[in-house]
Ligand binder design. Structure first.
Ligand code: SF4
Ligand code: SF4
Length: 626
């Protein structure tokens, strides 16, 4: 590892200080490993390397001096499109398998196989049952849970012609998808078909592969992820606005600190329950701590922040640094975005890493598998391990820099509607009057190749200044929270129109709508707006941006946004630039197909200009002032 000017890595002084502390403590971080990998492989960056079969691996020379075809004869377009198709399939599979876990849990609740989980939002369960055409009369809550779970689990199969939530898609959009043959059928089916198409010697045409990639992504956005969001609301409660705190300084020097990390609220909700149990608090006090302190990281942090107001310690690039504070006893994880390095960083301090999913084992971690029957007991065991670890904390190694920042969270679509008085009309009127010129989902990850939080925060500040409402999820949401953009006072940073609306409604100009699977709340809201106006989603003055994305899941989200008609700016180029045909399709050709494209722009100020220009065009086409 090397000592560097850490200012280049992050916009946050407390992150800078912990990077310095990591260096002092001899701890390697994600930034050190990124530097060790440089220069990254150019073939891979361009999507031009292929290891689909063992006649290869093959590489296509972007400078045209070397091979232009792999051993099988695939050219740059086919190699790039196949790689991209698999990238999207992996992202969609990850979200959708998370959704499946929730559907299976709802089924277990309905079958009476668990006492640890219940239906917390019965009204939403009934609404969903109605929407899905479940015959409700005579069914009690358990019966409804079972029936809804069965309908949604059937969406994973290959027996259907379209997914259940196609009923939410505006008529014009659905018609377009039908014409293009991209209406998603079974979620698993679309992923499997992509793996088949990308086997050597199957689909060898870039446009055909990209259209199927769009279908796969739609099976995520209007399928697996949407199932994840809706069932999480049913089981754990639909979020309502609530205040909390965010930043590493939510860790408490005098308490046992436990972090939940990963994505699925199935584990984090149980740990949140366990830390409230009086006998566990008494046990913590018996080892000299003042109490038990729970905080979240990444998307499972977003889930329990949205529903329970549990404070959030930080986003993706801060997960190792949370351990470097020396104040974390235990991190309990489920799956996705959990760096394997956490085990090694934890070993430099006294921090235990506990894994909980049969799908996600980490060498060197303690594995305590959660299932619907044992979840509360396992959560109590996790808390007990944290209390035990507190005894080994070295006070000389503890340093928690910075201060907690206040924020407002919990803006589910139901909460947004409630804030608007029960109908979208006030929002539509504000958009028509130009008080709110448009809305943008600023979402996605951190990536050490981008200055930490620089893209998210600067883009969002620019957008709200221009009277553009921001909805956020994932690690972008944490970035905005840590920069104070989710407070009522942040309305003063917005343009006059947006500021007035926020003050009248008592909401911030940047609304936290949840975790990464909850991007489905944004597409659903767009569909509701489009239906109210009798237009397609692509006609709305809306956009999306993922300035610091890194993961396959983020690529799947970006593609389902574009295929749903939402212009999407990426701050990091996807690995497609090695094919002119695929790149042109992504940044312009998709406009003719789906009425929206990607743009790649790393500079958040230029990205704001691109989005602003798009919103102007869409407003003018609707007959509104730009
Ligand atoms: S599929 Fe073709 S390009 Fe890919 S590794 Fe095999 S031979 Fe090479
Ligand atoms: S935003 Fe990206 S890095 Fe953060 S939790 Fe979601 S997928 Fe992972």
């Amino acid at each position: 590892m090397s000592k560097k000017n850490f200012k280049e890595e992050t916009i946050r002084p407390e992150v800078e200080r912990l990077l310095e502390k990591a260096w002092e403590d001899g701890v390697e971080t994600v930034w050190d490993r990124k530097r060790a990998q440089e220069p990254h492989c150019g073939f891979c960056e361009l999507g031009l390397s292929c290891h689909i079969c063992v006649m290869g691996p093959c590489r296509i020379d972007p400078f045209k001096n070397g091979p232009q075809r792999g051993v099988c004869g695939a050219d740059a377009d086919v190699v790039v499109a196949r790689n991209f198709g698999r990238f999207i399939a992996a992202g969609a599979a990850s979200h959708s398998d998370h959704g499946r876990d929730l559907a299976e849990l709802l089924l277990a609740v309905g079958q009476g196989l668990t006492k640890d989980y219940q239906v917390r939002d019965q009204a939403k369960l009934k609404r969903l049952a109605g929407e899905l055409g479940v015959d409700a009369p005579g069914l009690d809550t358990a019966g409804l849970a079972r029936a809804v779970a069965e309908v949604l689990l059937a969406d994973y199969s290959s027996t259907k012609q379209q997914l259940a939530f196609m009923s939410r898609v505006p008529a014009k959009r659905l018609e377009l998808w039908r014409k293009l043959s991209v209406v998603p059928r079974g979620i698993d089916r679309e992923v499997v078909e992509m793996m088949h198409r990308t086997h050597m010697g199957v689909d060898n045409e870039a446009v055909s592969l990209l259209l199927h990639a769009a279908r796969v992504s739609l099976s995520d956005g209007w399928g697996g992820s949407m199932i994840g969001t809706e069932i999480s609301d049913v089981i754990f409660g639909t979020p309502t606005p609530r205040s909390s705190k965010i930043n590493l300084a939510v860790l408490q020097e005098d308490q046992v600190n436990i972090l939940v990390h990963g994505h699925n609220p199935i584990v984090s909700e149980m740990v949140a329950w366990a830390v409230r149990q009086p006998d566990m608090i008494a046990k913590a006090q018996a080892v000299g701590a003042k109490g038990l302190n729970l905080a979240g990281l990444c998307c499972t942090g977003n889930e329990i922040l949205m529903r329970q107001g549990v404070p959030m310690a930080g986003n993706h690039l801060m997960t190792e640094l949370a351990i470097v504070t020396g104040a974390v006893e235990l991190i309990v994880v489920d799956y996705q975005c959990i760096m394997p390095s956490l085990v090694q960083v934890g070993a430099c301090y006294h921090t235990k890493i506990v894994t909980t999913s049969p799908k996600a084992h980490f060498a060197g971690a303690t594995h305590l598998e959660f299932d619907p029957q044992n979840a509360k007991q396992q959560a109590l065991t996790v808390v007990g391990l944290a209390i035990e670890a507190y005894k080994s904390r070295n006070p000389d190694k503890v340093e928690i820099p910075g201060k907690p920042v206040e924020l407002l969270s919990g803006f589910s679509n139901e909460a947004v509607l409630a804030a608007l008085g029960g109908s979208l009309t006030p929002l539509i009127e504000a958009i028509k009057a130009g008080q709110i010129r448009g809305a943008v989902g600023v979402v996605g990850c951190n990536n050490p190749r981008v200055k930490h939080d620089h893209g998210h925060v600067n883009l969002t500040k620019e957008l709200i200044k221009r009277d553009i409402l921001v909805l956020d999820t994932g690690c972008a949401a944490a970035a905005h929270g840590m920069s104070g953009l989710k407070t009522l006072a942040a309305a003063d940073l917005a343009g006059p129109g947006l500021s007035a609306v926020c003050k009248a409604l008592g909401v911030p100009p940047v609304l936290h709508v949840g975790s990464c699977v909850d991007n489905t709340r944004i597409v659903h809201l767009c569909a509701l707006l489009a239906n109210s106006l009798g237009v397609d989603i692509s006609d709305l003055p809306v956009a999306a941006a993922a300035m610091e994305w890194y993961s396959e899941k983020a690529a799947a989200i970006g593609l389902y946004a574009v295929a749903s008609g939402i212009f999407t700016v990426l701050g990091v180029a996807p690995p497609i630039l090695g094919s002119k045909a695929v790149t042109e399709m992504a940044v312009s050709g998709l406009e003719d197909v789906f009425g929206a494209t990607f743009a790649v722009e790393a500079d958040p100020f230029k990205a704001a200009d691109l989005i602003d220009a798009r919103i102007k065009v869409k407003r003018q086409a609707l007959g509104l002032t730009p």
